[in-house]
Design a protein around this ligand. Structure first.
Ligand code: NAP
Length: 480
């Protein structure tokens, strides 16, 4: 069975591109074209919506055990094809192969998790004020759910949404990022094998903008879930307002990573290296601003830079690569301009020469030491292996600095003092806080942000709530 498809997947059928309507997808490490995918026009997108609407009528009434079984079959298919999925991901996204394997596991874990959660979408009975009536709630699927996903986690961002939606009894329309459609189509191949083959799971390739227009204009699509930038999220919220959809938004981040003076410095450096450079820095929960207590600052910068300089930069398919290419040259240009802005405003730029980059899509990892709030690195998400580090003296001041952003996705604090842990937990305006660890994700945790990092939560027990409505009932006439 090949996982590589150059067709969209709609209503259980593989759809070829029309003439002149396919896009080339390139490997960011080599620039080679991997293949082509259909750019579906508005008419085909409307047909996809129709397929999901038709199938919803049956899927919502499919026994919950059967829905769960299909998700579990899909989960097993993913694990059985782990290496092929990982290699495909590295080829189209660029991330190091071992991280790609980890993402396959992570993505699959949502299928199992929500298969289990499907059975727990229970309603409630409510003690009535009038004993002659019976009152309660039913949990019902919202309806057709449209899903728009980014390129940095091309499998997991899909399964984290689609598994919850399918478990709830919704059918799904997935529009994958333009750069990484092949992972989404590989998921569709496996979904088909798992019996999700009649329009429950549709992969609608083509422009995200056009997809958003079609689904937002259609009243029958009842939910819109998006992971991507805050800028696009704002625009989608405006568009979704026209048909008052249920929306969930996982948007940008600007994660602070705070190292207090009571910790063992090497553990903090380990955590900061992982939090900064996973996915080559292209991660919404990546450490974007590192604050280190002045007593440890010089030593921390030194050890962090030494560790960073030892990381292998190259094609993600090489097993020893730690940092792969960025997604495109625009991302490299942005990283360059952030570092140049910081240097002009007085930061120290540390790391290897950019001339050593192995290709046009690479950015050599760089420390921006002594950053200040006036620098763009402080307020903008770099989405690159750029590590701004600065010193702090006072816990209250560093909490204020950490919160001085429109974002509120993830934050990390390294300290072992109980009182400090409580203070940071209370003070940080973030949806997720890691204390003495950067390893904070998994299917069992509620992933999401506050402020302009988003609305709603994915994963955990509450992740399925985004796809459920509550219907209240009141039955009278029971006394005769
Ligand atoms: P993006 O530019 O917002 O694009 C994400 C998706 O939105 C793509 O599929 C894209 O489709 C689509 N899109 C772009 N413009 C659109 C429009 N006007 N209307 C509707 N859809 C549109 O983000 P990205 O560069 O791919 O991903 C990076 C961002 O995602 C970062 O800010 C990161 O923090 C955030 N992110 C957040 C999370 C989280 O869980 N909170 C997770 C991962 C990433 P096309 O490809 O067709 O343009």
């Amino acid at each position: 069975m090949t996982l590589f498809r150059e067709q969209a997947y709609i209503g259980g059928e593989w759809i070829d591109p029309g003439p002149d309507s396919h896009a080339a997808i390139d490997n960011p490490a080599t620039g080679e074209t991997i293949g082509h995918v259909p750019q579906l026009d508005a008419d085909r997108m409307d047909r996809a919506i129709e397929a999901a609407v038709v199938r919803f009528a049956d899927w919502r009434d499919t026994a919950v055990a059967e829905r769960a079984d299909r998700l579990l079959a899909w989960y097993r298919q993913m694990l059985d094809n782990r290496e092929a999925l990982a290699r495909l991901m590295t080829a189209e996204q660029g991330k190091p192969i071992d991280e790609a394997r980890g993402e396959v596991d992570y993505a699959a874990s949502f299928l199992r998790w929500f298969a289990e959660e499907a059975r727990r979408t229970t309603g409630a009975t409510i003690p009535p004020e009038d004993p002659s009536v019976s009152i309660g709630t039913l949990r019902e699927p919202v309806g057709v759910a449209a899903v728009i996903t980014p390129w940095n986690f091309p499998l997991a961002m899909i399964t984290r949404k689609a598994a919850a939606a399918l478990a709830a009894g919704c059918t799904t329309l997935v529009n994958p990022a333009r750069q990484t459609p092949f992972c989404a189509l590989a998921l569709a191949v496996l979904a088909e094998q798992a019996g999700l083959d009649r329009g429950e799971f549709n992969v609608v390739t083509g422009s995200g903008r056009q997809f958003a227009e079609r689904v937002c204009a259609d009243d029958r699509v009842r939910a819109l879930s998006f992971t991507g930038s805050t800028e696009v999220g704002r625009s989608l919220l405006r568009q979704a307002a026209d048909t008052v959809k249920c929306t969930s938004m996982e948007l940008g981040g600007n994660a602070p990573f705070i190292v207090c003076d009571d910790v063992e410095i090497d553990a903090a450096v380990d955590g900061a290296i992982a939090a900064k450079f996973q996915t080559s820095g292209q991660d919404c929960v990546a450490a974007n601003r590192i604050y280190v207590h002045r007593r440890l600052y010089d030593k921390f910068v030194d050890r962090f830079t030494t560790r960073m300089n030892a990381m292998t930069v190259g094609n993600g398919l090489d097993e020893d690569t730690a940092i792969g290419p960025l997604i495109n040259t625009d991302a490299v240009d942005k990283a360059r301009s952030l570092v140049a802005d910081a240097a002009e405003r007085g930061a120290r730029v540390l790391g290897r020469d950019q001339g050593d980059a192995p290709g046009p899509n690479y950015f050599m990892p760089t420390v921006v030491a002594d950053f200040t709030p006036a620098m763009r690195v402080s307020s903008e998400e770099s989405f690159a292996p750029v590590a701004p580090i600065t010193a702090f003296d006072d816990d209250d001041a560093v909490i204020a600095a950490a919160n001085d952003t429109i974002y509120g996705l993830a934050a990390y604090v390294y300290t072992h003092r109980d009182a400090r842990i409580r203070k940071f937990l209370r003070g940080l305006e973030y949806g997720m806080v890691g204390i003495n660890t950067m390893d904070i994700t998994g299917p069992h945790v509620p992933f999401g942000g506050v402020k302009q990092s988003g609305l709603g939560r994915e994963g955990a027990h509450i992740g399925i709530e985004e796809y459920l409505e509550t219907k209240y009932y009141c039955i009278g006439g029971l006394d005769g």
